[in-house]
Design a protein around this ligand. Structure first.
Ligand SMILES: [Zn+2]
Length: 272
């Protein structure tokens, strides 16, 4: 007997409880019949044309993404807009779409937790406490062996999938690093929080000029973290394989595959 979409959705919501999502978020099922059988699930960070075609191409009955395709209010799924075209393509192919977004950021084993584990951080705690113990956004912890900012940047470059933007750093290459704060995805809203300010470095994505500049100047004035800016997609992609393993363990017999397509929107960079 195959699993039904409803079985997989309920399992996902046990692994990544919806009540852990931020208020503005919209994780969960975007399309699909809960009574349809699901033999194969394909995981990706983004629901974009390439990953939708890949999911359909491998015969997936469900595309599970980190980012919700339909996050804001929707008044049309006409196919002259890409979101309508993607939803229609999925529905015609019988492939459901489910997302686990900030609800998958907050949990133990979630997006930031996996990045912290890959960096072998110890004694990690959330930067902001969630409702349940040990849950919340971002993680802060200690490196087993102190390193330098430059070495840590190279470590990140090696463990993340390759992207055009690489790894950008604000701070001295040889600055000593022991305490590391991080937030997979866009984390500039955490820049001024005490646990981030007390860390030697803050790793996140999508840092803009002014928040980064202000953080850098404040660090020069009164102390504060160095910054490492990594690809948003890459920082979240690391979570897919552990998430797939959780689904395989919870639903034995379900085929769960992970997309290796790079859906970082930046194609290339030229550097002087
Ligand atoms: Zn994200």
């Amino acid at each position: 007997m195959p699993f039904l979409l409803d079985d997989v959705t309920r399992c996902a919501h046990i692994l990544w409880p919806l009540d852990g999502a931020e208020d503005w978020d919209a994780p969960g099922l975007s399309c699909g019949d809960p009574t349809q059988p699901v033999y194969r699930v394909h995981l990706a960070v983004d629901a974009v044309a390439a990953t939708v075609e890949e999911a359909i191409g491998v015969g997936a009955d469900l595309l599970l993404t980190h980012h919700p395709l339909l996050l804001r209010g929707v008044t049309s799924v006409a196919e002259d807009h890409y979101k309508g075209a993607l939803i229609s393509r999925l529905i015609r192919a019988g492939c459901a779409l489910l997302s686990a977004h900030t609800n998958a950021d907050a949990v133990s084993g979630g997006v930031s937790d996996i990045l912290a584990k890959r960096l072998q951080l110890q004694h990690t705690v959330p930067i902001t406490e969630g409702a349940a113990p040990g849950t919340g956004i971002g993680r802060v912890g200690h490196l087993a062996e102190p390193t330098t900012l430059g070495h840590l940047a190279h470590t990140l470059l090696a463990l993340l999938p390759s992207t055009a933007s690489g790894v950008r750093v604000s701070g001295d290459y040889s600055a000593p690093i022991h305490t590391v704060a991080l937030c997979g995805g866009a984390g500039d809203s955490l820049l001024r929080l005490p646990k981030v300010l007390e860390s030697d470095v803050y790793i996140t994505s999508d840092l803009r000029h002014h928040p980064a500049s202000e953080s850098r100047e404040q660090a020069l004035c009164a102390g504060g973290p160095a910054l490492i800016d990594v690809s948003h997609w890459a920082s979240e992609w690391l979570w897919l394989e552990p998430a797939a393993a959780q689904l395989r363990a919870a639903l034995p017999g379900l085929v769960v595959t992970v997309s290796e397509l790079n859906t970082d929107p930046w194609s290339f960079a030229v550097v002087q």
